[in-house]
Design a protein around this ligand. Structure first.
Ligand SMILES: Cc1cc2nc3c(=O)[nH]c(=O)nc-3n(C[C@H](O)[C@H](O)[C@H](O)COP(=O)(O)OP(=O)(O)OC[C@H]3O[C@@H](n4cnc5c(N)ncnc54)[C@H](O)[C@@H]3O)c2cc1C
Length: 439
């Protein structure tokens, strides 16, 4: 069957399911196969809407340099569909199981974001399932309020079922360079300079200590003298300390962080040679996610440790200060560094409270810290410091803001307007209620 006809049929069925769920009353929540969410889920009593079948790439259009794709498609499937055309989504979040809908509903990022912005800036058009069961098209011209209000709304205004996204040319290989710095200010100045000059196709960084900071550039190439493989015994993040340059296939570059979930595979002993030798099939973010979900189901939080899983965006001028704070007060390493800036500074997305004219640094730090403090002690510190330095944190992981603080960051008036227009009966949860931890 024509994929678009099949898609239309699925939309009609889902719209009917939505209407039925609504008639039964109560909130509605998504049922998906994968999830990269790291916060509580209060779905008690919610009607689960099964969207798993919205996982197909509908069309890759090399003429228009665009792909039509269903909302729950993983980036792994999307990249597999576009690479044969010599194309890639302009921004590909670095875990294979992240879905395009999840990335647009939050703030999806990767090492091309200094050039193309966050994932939502690469979207041209979306079909969104609203609370009343209708599906509406939105773009810069049509239902523009929904189009600009949707990013970072985390499924509280509707669910995206289809998107048209921008593709960019790719080549077969990526040439990497890893340059070491020992002084944070010089390090961030260098990153800002690389981004301003557009000196590479990709820029990200890894910080191991406050005096051991690496910036990695990636440049597409049609040829390579050799290619490295980090999908089994070798570990990508460790190679950064040892090598000054490297070569990967374009696909291996895109998924370089997936094999070891950046470095978080250490929690599953997956960096031990014996485990890697026997468990090649399981070295990926999908396996770690599953283990983590099972562990959460069967173990009780006995205190004594706090999970600090955060992505924080800080203006580049304050990045060195944030890093200093991270090492002094939180003590997590390594830290992932990813610069980004708005692709079109004239465009405003209502729920993305970032200065569209400036360069930001995304700090990714994910670990468990031993603690004798009250729950949330370290996460609260991170939130306070991010605010103080003019930054924000990703809402995919635990947040502790009180409502008043939260709504000084996000535009309540605008959000309420959108909510009144697109979900007047509150079928989907409110952004604060959904994203912030219960006290
Ligand atoms: C170690 C680690 C590394 C990470 N690396 C990256 C990275 O490199 N780049 C990056 O961008 N992010 C990264 N993240 C964060 C991750 O991308 C976010 O959690 C993202 O929101 C997950 O997307 P998902 O598709 O798994 O969505 P889910 O976890 O399934 O959902 C996330 C939220 O979006 C909503 N949602 C999902 N699908 C839809 C839809 N179709 N319509 C409307 N709402 C929807 C859900 O209701 C939920 O609230 C990382 C996180 C960790 C812990």
């Amino acid at each position: 069957m024509d994929p678009f006809a099949a898609h239309e049929r699925k939309c009609r069925t889902l719209a009917a399911e939505m209407a039925a769920a609504r008639a039964r009353g109560g909130a509605v929540a998504l049922a998906k196969t994968t999830s990269n969410l790291f916060r509580h889920r209060d779905r008690a009593g919610a009607r689960r809407l099964d969207v798993r079948r919205f996982n197909r790439v509908l069309r890759v259009d090399p003429e228009r340099m665009a792909a039509e794709v269903e909302g729950m498609t993983t980036y792994a499937d999307l990249v597999d569909a576009t690479l044969p055309y010599g194309l890639l989504p302009a921004v590909v979040p670095q875990l294979k199981t992240i879905t395009i809908g999840g990335a647009v509903s939050g703030l999806g990022i990767e090492s091309s974001s200094f050039r193309y912005g966050l994932v939502h800036e690469t979207v041209e058009e979306m079909d969104i399932l609203l609370a009343d069961g209708t599906v509406v098209v939105c773009s810069r011209r049509e239902n523009a309020d929904l189009f600009f209000g949707f990013p970072n709304s985390y499924g509280t205004l509707g669910y995206v079922l289809r998107l048209r996204i921008r593709l960019v040319p790719a080549q077969r290989f990526v040439h990497l360079t890893h340059r070491r710095f020992s002084e944070p200010r010089k390090y961030f100045e260098h990153i800002a300079d690389l981004c301003a000059r557009g000196a590479a196709d990709f820029v990200d960084g890894t910080v191991f200590r406050s005096d051991e900071l690496y910036v990695t550039t990636g440049q597409f190439s049609s040829q390579a003298p050799y290619v490295s493989d980090y999908t089994w015994m070798r570990i990508y993040y460790q190679s950064i300390r040892r090598k000054t340059e490297d070569w990967l296939t374009a696909k291996a570059y895109i998924w370089r962080w997936d094999t070891d979930w950046f470095w978080c595979s250490k929690h599953f002993h997956a960096q031990k040679p014996a485990v890697r030798l026997l468990a090649k099939w399981g070295l990926n973010s999908r396996t770690y996610q599953r283990i983590m979900r099972l562990a959460h189901r069967f173990t009780r939080d006995s205190g004594g440790a706090e999970s600090v899983i955060q992505d924080v965006d800080i203006p580049v001028g304050n990045a060195a200060q944030f890093l200093e704070f991270l090492f002094a007060e939180i003590g997590i390493a390594p830290v992932w560094i990813c610069p980004f800036q708005a692709c079109d500074p004239a465009v405003k997305y209502d729920l993305c409270p970032l200065d569209a004219t400036g360069l930001y640094i995304n700090f990714g730090f994910w670990d468990v810290i031993p603690t004798t403090h009250e729950p949330g002690h370290f996460n609260r510190k991170v939130e306070r410091m991010a605010l103080e330095l003019g930054g924000i944190k990703g809402l995919y992981s635990t947040a502790y803001y009180d409502a008043e603080t939260f709504w000084t960051i996000y535009d309540r008036e605008r959000y309420d307007e959108l909510k009144r227009k697109y979900d007047a009966d509150g079928v989907f949860r409110d952004l604060y209620a959904k994203c912030v931890a219960r006290k």
